[in-house]
Design a protein around this ligand. Structure first.
Ligand SMILES: NC(=O)c1ccc[n+]([C@@H]2O[C@H](COP(=O)([O-])OP(=O)(O)OC[C@H]3O[C@@H](n4cnc5c(N)ncnc54)[C@H](O)[C@@H]3O)[C@@H](O)[C@H]2O)c1
Ligand SMILES: [Zn+2]
Ligand SMILES: [Zn+2]
Length: 375
């Protein structure tokens, strides 16, 4: 069939929205009609080259839609099912999946190649094969993905906002709840208030944090942070240091969650300075692939027993936590709708990323099928 998709063809180039040829699903795969896709910062790392990926690649890894057709051997899904695409597949059988770490599923290794499990491609344009961001390629009206990348959800949830639990909402919420292990009474600092940071603020609030501090250079982000649960906001970690010392009577923050657009090794020591004895810094933001050095006081790491942990997909399990976040939203405990600043058609993908870079959006969303997204 023919459909259209936004393709990254070269570092520094705009997304190219093109007609593509899509093959039918093979064994274990499904054809999806996409309703909406969030504009996560991670796709922008493709364009800037911070995360080198095999190009040309269809962008998008935060999608939701409806199953149109299933390939041979698909047992868990049928046409008409509503699904959220998990940006890491969860096969359910590998070591990490079977020990409660679906975010680290061995199938996720394929993300670096952008190809289906068998190494071939269902997506083609201009006579060449196309790779898929996170094995998904949700900046498209249709895509073919492995069933391991799909989590079936109740059709009563809005697909317009459900796309956000495929990455940003779970990543941020889980960064606070699972990776940071925020506990009642904690002081939590969230650095960077985009889709991830706004979800981390909500996770910290739900987990019982007593004092929540948000840091972002953009005034609009600091205002929004207060709506998501922040008690105090600052434009930079350096500006926050003395106020956080005062607010905590010198104890500092139990948890610091890093959710800047692009991680920066040169300011990482400031995150460590904000951290309490036995405190934890969670590194959720992606640093440029080429960056290999940070500077921190190792004696304070030892002397105050600080911890640094990385977190992928909020250290969550897609099959459990995607439906969980949708439920929390329905019960009014997590606000997905409030994360959406603006929507765009597929052709508006470059405008959406411009708005993200200029600090206008908490999250922009591509509405790929108005009827499905509204239903
Ligand atoms: N680990 C994971 O599983 C995972 C998943 C999704 C996204 N990410 C990464 O998380 C990061 C955030 O993603 P997003 O979609 O929320 O991005 P975003 O662009 O929507 O938000 C980033 C925010 O950081 C702010 N910022 C920039 N420089 C800053 C600084 N020096 N100090 C404080 N704030 C600063 C920006 O103003 C912006 O508000 C990105 O690096 C993204 O790739 C990681
Ligand atoms: Zn993402
Ligand atoms: Zn697995």
């Amino acid at each position: 069939m023919k459909t259209s998709a936004a393709i990254c063809r070269g570092i520094g180039q705009e997304w190219s929205v093109e007609e593509i040829v899509l093959d039918p699903p093979k064994t274990g795969e499904v054809l999806l009609r996409l309703a909406a896709s969030g504009l996560c910062h991670s796709d922008d790392h493709l364009v800037t080259g911070d995360a080198p990926m095999p190009l040309p690649m269809i962008g998008g890894h935060e999608g939701a839609g409806v199953v149109e057709e299933v390939g041979p051997g698909v047992t868990g899904l049928e046409p008409g099912d509503h699904v959220v695409c998990a940006f890491v597949p969860a096969c359910g059988r590998c070591g990490p999946c079977s020990t409660g770490h679906q975010n680290l599923c061995d199938m996720g290794a394929g993300i670096a190649f952008g190809r289906q499990v068998d190494g071939t491609s269902r997506h083609h344009a201009q006579g060449e094969d196309l790779n898929l961001m996170c094995l998904l390629g949700t900046f498209a009206h249709h895509t073919v993905v492995n069933e391991a990348s799909c989590v079936k959800v109740d059709p009563s949830y809005s697909l317009r906002t459900a796309c956000l639990v495929g990455c940003g909402a779970v990543t941020g919420w889980g960064s606070a709840v699972y990776a940071a292990k925020v506990a009642p009474g904690d002081t939590v600092v969230v650095v960077g208030i985009g889709g991830i940071g706004s979800s981390a603020l909500q996770g910290a609030r739900l987990a019982g944090a007593e004092l929540i501090v948000a840091i972002d250079p953009v005034e609009f982000k600091r205002q929004k942070a207060k709506e998501f649960g922040a008690h105090a906001t600052f434009a930079s970690m350096a500006e926050a240091l003395e106020p956080v010392r005062d607010l905590t009577r010198g104890l500092m923050a139990n948890k610091v969650i890093m959710a800047m657009g692009v991680g920066r090794g040169d300011v990482f020591s400031q995150a460590m300075d904000l951290t309490a004895k036995l405190g934890r810094v969670v590194v959720t933001n992606i640093h440029p692939y080429a960056e290999s050095q940070i500077t921190i006081s190792m004696s304070m790491l030892t002397g105050w027993e600080k911890q640094i942990v990385g977190s992928l997909f909020g250290s969550a399990n897609p099959r459990v936590d995607i439906p969980r976040l949708l439920d929390l939203d329905r019960r009014g405990q997590f606000d997905l709708d409030a994360l959406v600043t603006r929507t765009y058609p597929l052709e508006g993908v470059n405008e959406g990323y411009r708005d993200m870079r200029e600090g206008h959006n908490i999250r922009g969303i591509l509405v790929l099928n108005e009827a499905l997204a509204a239903g």
